[in-house]
Ligand binder design. Structure first.
Ligand code: KPL
Length: 299
């Protein structure tokens, strides 16, 4: 018998990955706008298949519940609408966990939500095989923390639950920095893999390898102008480590291109381009990729 329920909103690759792991230690409800089969299969990075029956719900008509955590795993551009619909139905003090890429949704919803808001920054790699199956393509690390530095205990509790569920996680007190680190990873890997329709690992090969280096060289000065601490090993090593760790994965932006969904340009590229303008830094390659992505994104 489980003692707590976690509501996961946004049944894409990440949402299902989190749901299928959490379903072991806690009770899980997975909510979206489109009906999905309750039987969901997870293929682990080692090739093992595990099937679980999940409780599914429509995010517009949730069952009566008092979840311990609401995990918002929607795309960044869909998160504000999902948030509005959720909190017409659930207690406004429920802890909210934001799993979005980029650095747009996090400050905005941390300001708006009356309850605790935790941010999760993850490098887990997953993709949707079909409506009933998700592939965990590469193991990563999830950092949990809150922008206001007020919820250290709650962050630790959640990191412990995720960790025990098989998703390596750690509570941190510098989540804003971690989110920026992840944003750099996404700003390099996602546009290139989406533009050239390649898996993450192919970025190691020519001609993509030098494109990665060029992008990192353009982005690093922006972060430094914004006073964001670089990772200990440096920006290049950070990006290459994730490319290596998720080599078999199709990045989320490539998955979006392949399925005709909007791309997370605004959440991932805009914060960097806006900061670059503010500091008078030129970003010709970033701007070129942003234009390419605008053409690939459905209008
Ligand atoms: O976050 C990701 C994404 O695909 O959006 C990475 C870490 C790049 C894994 O593919």
């Amino acid at each position: 018998m489980h003692t707590e329920t976690h509501l996961i909103v946004g049944p894409g690759a990440l949402g299902r990955l989190v749901a299928l792991h959490l379903a072991e230690p806690v009770s899980v409800v997975l909510a979206g706008r489109r009906p999905l089969p309750a039987r969901q299969t997870l293929t682990t990075p080692e090739g093992e298949r595990r099937t679980h029956r999940l409780d599914m719900a429509d995010v517009r008509a949730l069952p009566a519940m008092a979840p311990s955590f609401i995990h918002l795993t929607t795309k960044a551009y869909a998160s504000e609408a999902a948030y509005a619909s959720l909190f017409e139905q659930l207690p406004a003090t429920t802890p909210l966990v934001l799993w979005q890429n980029g650095y747009q949704v996090q400050p905005e919803l941390s300001r708006r939500h009356p309850g605790p808001v935790l941010c999760a920054s993850t490098t887990e790699g997953a993709w949707v095989a079909n409506d009933g199956a998700v592939v965990h393509a590469g193991r990563g690390m999830t950092y949990i923390g809150d922008l206001a530095h007020r919820h250290a205990e709650l962050s630790q509790r959640l990191a412990g639950i995720l960790d025990r569920a098989g998703l390596a996680a750690r509570a941190v007190d510098d989540i804003a920095t971690r989110l920026w680190h992840k944003l750099v990873i996404n700003a390099v890997i996602n546009p290139l893999t989406a533009r050239f329709r390649i898996r993450n690992g192919q970025l190691r090969d020519p001609p993509f390898r030098s494109m990665v280096e060029r992008l990192v060289n353009e982005i690093a000065p922006i972060l430094s102008a914004e006073d964001i601490e670089p990772p200990d090993a440096g920006w290049h090593a950070l990006v290459w480590r994730v490319v290596e760790g998720t080599a078999h994965n199709r990045a989320s932006m490539l998955q979006d291109v392949l399925t005709g969904r909007p791309l997370e340009r605004e959440a991932i590229l805009q914060p960097l381009m806006v900061a670059a303008v503010r500091h008078g830094l030129a970003t010709p390659f970033l701007a070129e990729l942003d234009r390419d992505l605008a053409r690939l994104s459905p209008s």
